[in-house]
Each structure stands twice: as C-alpha cells, then as structure tokens.
Design a protein. Structure first.
Length: 155
C-alpha cells in the first residue's frame, strides 16, 4: 500500500513526517487528481535548502490552496536531525515527508529517471500532472506566475 493511503483531503498544517517510497508519487497524483501541486525535495545537508524553507512558507501563505509536498531525501534513520532542521528552518504549513528507503536512488528513479540527486529539486505539476522541473532554489516570482497560469487554466 502506498504511503499516502488515508491522507486524502488532509489539511496542510505542520504535522508528522510521512514515509515517502517509490510508490508515493503515484498516490499523490491520485490524491491531487485534476489539481496542480508541488513536490519539492531537500536535505538537511543542503545549504540552499535552508534558505528555501522560508520561501515555501511564504508561497504556501500566499497560495493557501496550492498543495506543497516537501520531501527530505535523507535516510529514515536521520529523523531526529530532520525534526531539528524543521525547528530551526520552519517551512510553514506544508505536508512533510522523508524517504522511507535508505537506498535513495530507488526512490529518486521512481520520481524521475533523469534525476541524479541534485538538491533542492522541485516538480511543479499542472492539473494534468505534467511537471515543470526546477533544480536549485525556488524563485518566488516564477512560482507566482506558475500558480497564476494554473488558476487561469482551471476556469
């Protein structure tokens, strides 16, 4: 069973870390069927990811209906370190995940066969779930334009 089972319709408030495995993206596409969403990957060891956390908070507050799925690519055994990271660099009201497989390549391959592990890495899925991929720190203005395009397509 997928890691997202039972999470349909969940409020995007700060909450526990959920397990993200090779089947989670498929489940997220079902959960967000017909709606755009963001899937963003980061690590406690990624310096640009620290700065990006405040951006996710700002983006979520500006666009509260936009689902943001924030995934730590760190090993499951580093959960305490991830919690400490979130306490120091809070990302705001987003749903949080952590790789549930210590063999991260398997999970990365399931998300994107061409992804080699660079971070931060974000996938902006439109309502048809066609992704736009961004490697590097997110740009607030680009995201605002992307969200506005998605809202225009939904009319």
């Amino acid at each position: 069973m997928s890691a997202t089972a039972g999470h349909r319709g969940v409020a995007y408030a700060a909450g526990p870390l959920l397990p993200f495995d090779a089947g989670t993206l498929s489940a997220l596409r079902q959960t967000h069927a017909g709606r755009p969403f963001v899937l963003a990957f980061w690590s406690v060891y990624c310096e640009p990811c620290r700065d990006e956390m405040a951006e996710w908070d700002t983006i979520k507050r500006k666009f509260p209906s936009l689902p943001i799925e924030l995934v730590a690519t760190d090993a499951p055994s580093e959960r305490a370190l991830i919690d400490t990271f979130f306490a120091k660099y809070p990302p705001g009201p987003v749903r949080k995940w952590v790789f549930s497989d210590a063999f991260s390549e398997r999970v990365r391959y399931a998300v994107d066969k061409s992804w080699r592990g660079e971070l931060p890495r974000s996938y902006f899925y439109d309502a048809a779930h066609k992704p736009q991929v961004k490697s590097g720190k997110v740009d607030r203005e680009w995201i605002a334009a992307w969200v506005n395009r998605q809202q225009g397509q939904g009319r």
